[in-house]
Design a protein around this ligand. Structure first.
Ligand code: SF4
Length: 221
């Protein structure tokens, strides 16, 4: 069995609550969504076997966890399950970065995942379809493990979409960490919007943080 892999490399995690941790990234090809801000649309892939991937991961030393990322890694669920299972047998920490939609696939591999970084896909950020039901079902399964959620905020992101996120968090786990991530770390115009969104979250007693994509600021992969 082989999987479509874009790249495998070691770097620091640039987003979310584990920002700054050293990780080995396994970037899977392909996605089930079409976010307007996606930066992984025009990438190439190679077909790699489980042993190819494991030997590449094992060439690296001194890292916190293996990040299964994409694209959307859950799209290649059969292969992902084998990889996550093998990583756990090797006593690796498994970190899943996901758009939080394919909840049935998550159910298949949840036992092999340690940490989940789940995106809320806000229609006014992505220009894509509404996914609140899928996000809710996904989170209900993800809560079996450590999980936090994040949302990209752009100039068109609406307060109504933010309120949908807050509603879901309150229903599933009121103390869940929620990261607001500016779409463009250099866009100062977003500052006021982010501060307003943070204040709204705090008024609803949500554990919120504003975090920029550190790797973009540092100019690293
Ligand atoms: S979910 Fe991620 S990989 Fe998929 S289209 Fe959106 S930004 Fe791109």
């Amino acid at each position: 069995m082989k999987s479509k892999i874009v790249e495998i490399f070691k770097s620091i995690q640039g987003e979310g609550l584990y920002q700054g941790q050293k990780q080995v990234f396994v970037r899977f090809y392909g996605c089930n969504l079409k976010c307007a801000f996606c930066d992984t649309k025009s990438v190439f892939y190679a077909k790699e076997s489980l042993s190819d991937i494991m030997s590449k991961i094992n060439c690296f030393e001194d890292f916190h966890s293996v990040s299964l990322t994409g694209g959307e890694p859950l799209l290649q669920i059969k292969f992902l399950k084998k990889l996550a299972e093998t990583l756990k047998m090797d006593r690796r920490k498994v970190y899943l970065e996901t758009n939080g939609v394919l909840y049935q696939n998550l159910r298949d591999i949840i036992e092999y995942i340690d940490i989940i970084s789940m995106d809320f896909k806000l229609p006014t950020s992505t220009n894509d379809r509404v996914l609140w039901d899928e996000h809710m079902k996904f989170l209900e399964i993800a809560l079996k493990k450590e999980v936090f959620v994040k949302a990209v905020v752009g100039k068109n992101t609406s307060e109504a979409d933010l309120m949908e996120c807050i509603g879901i968090i309150k229903k599933v786990k009121p103390d869940l960490f929620f990261v607001l991530q500016p779409q463009n770390p250099y866009e100062s115009l977003l500052e006021n919007k982010l501060k307003t969104f943070k204040r709204i979250c705090l008024n609803h007693k949500i554990n919120v943080k504003i975090l920029i994509q550190m790797h973009k600021k540092l100019g690293i992969k």
